[in-house]
Design a protein around this ligand. Sequence first.
Ligand SMILES: [Zn+2]
Ligand SMILES: [Zn+2]
Length: 320
Amino acid sequence: MPSTLCKCGKEAFYFRRQSGEALCRRCFARSIERTVHRTVKREKLFTPDDRVMIALSGGKDSVALAHILSKIEKPYRTKLFALTIDEGVSGYREEGISITRGVAEALGMEHHIVTFKEEYGHSLEEVYALSREHGTGLLGCTFCGIMRRRLLNDMAIRLGATKVATGHNLDDEAQTFLINILRGDVARLGRAGVQPVKVREGFVPRVKPLRYIPEKEIAAYVYMKGYPLYERECPYVRDSVRDEVRDILNGIEERHPGTKHAIVNGSDKLMEALKPSTEAATVGTCSRCGSPSSRGVCRMCEVLDMLGLGSNTFINHLAE
Ligand SMILES: [Zn+2]
Ligand SMILES: [Zn+2]
């Protein structure tokens, strides 16, 4: 039987199986904040004059990220602000957006909200309808991912951010590693670290301060801090490989606590070894929109073609 008292003598709130620790509320929160702080310092994720844009979706990971970063960066000059992207999925996004407003207000954080509709002229729902009309065979999630990544980078440039912080947690990162292995995608394996391998022209570097925090602990932390949990799943989400990998990993973790940490730590070592070859890979620019891209025409322009929309619709608007 695990002890029900924290080492400080208080009643335990969380039992950490991979280390056998029982933690009270205060020690649990401090241990998470310390891990993030250590990650930020060790990996030098931020420099004192950075303007960090936090991708705040309203989901628990992004809420924890905003809360923890504003706490640990307080003594430094690092400027933090939040960006929320409203993809335009009625009946699903409103709740998340209202959570982001509350979080930013509670933290006294500058907050920007942008919509696919305003920035791209089409909401995700409209893009998905166009996609079906044109028989692209692509899932809503595919468009959403491409459009969201592009908008995140464009907004970072527009708002003068020098870094973008996302809420990817240990589970996401362990899953991504296994998915890349299953797909034999070595190029991606080399780019999946806590920070970008290399800063590319036109790309604002992305960092993942929560990379070593398990999803379960983030959920417990957000709950403990009294934030609302936004649990609804986007109706367009359908990633069968990721769902399978998540189940497999959770099963292994259950029987062998510490496996997710082992995978992510192993992935860090592998990245270090792959670094020279990843850095050598040249990155060109898209022949249509001029964005950095490893292929002749970027994914975004490719998707616009499929939807029967000229590059002008989206890209030029963004470049204004
Ligand atoms: Zn304690
Ligand atoms: Zn392009």
